[in-house]
Design a binder for this molecule. Structure first.
Ligand SMILES: [Zn+2]
Length: 134
């Protein structure tokens, strides 16, 4: 399995690394509006109902450490007040909200699906079985 941080960071399909996972342009009212399947290789982006519940755990872990470590460092090392550290933490959380939300789904799908090196547009053998990720 070749994991591509670049494809994960840019929300590309984990199987072909060409198709976009999310619809463009981004609508703030629907930040998780995804394509049903990859426009390039037909990988199903939601293989089963509730598939992305695992992404919540990833999102929680990343966000908690991303916010907790700087806040505690500011309070205990740089002697900031708790209110100052909390204000900065909320500011960082607001800036990184959408990236963490979408990135956790992308990371989860990239951990579950394999990269297949192929020329997907030329390959017309997309059966129902080919649309699954496993
Ligand atoms: Zn694809």
């Amino acid at each position: 399995m070749k994991f591509s941080f670049s494809a994960m960071w840019n929300n590309k399909c984990p199987r072909c690394r060409k198709g976009d996972m999310y619809k463009k342009p981004l609508q703030l009212s629907k930040p998780l509006d995804m394509h049903k399947q990859c426009e390039n290789c037909n990988l199903d982006f939601e293989p089963e109902p509730g598939f992305y519940f695992g992404a919540f755990i990833i999102s929680y872990g990343i966000t908690a450490w991303m916010l907790l470590v700087p806040a505690l460092t500011l309070v205990f090392y740089f002697k900031w007040s708790a209110n100052q550290a909390m204000a900065l933490t909320i500011f960082i959380a607001a800036l990184t909200y959408l990236k963490a939300l979408r990135g956790s789904r992308s990371l989860y799908l990239h951990l579950m699906a394999r990269y297949v090196e192929s020329t997907w547009k030329d390959d017309n053998s997309s059966s129902k079985y080919d649309r699954t990720i496993f």
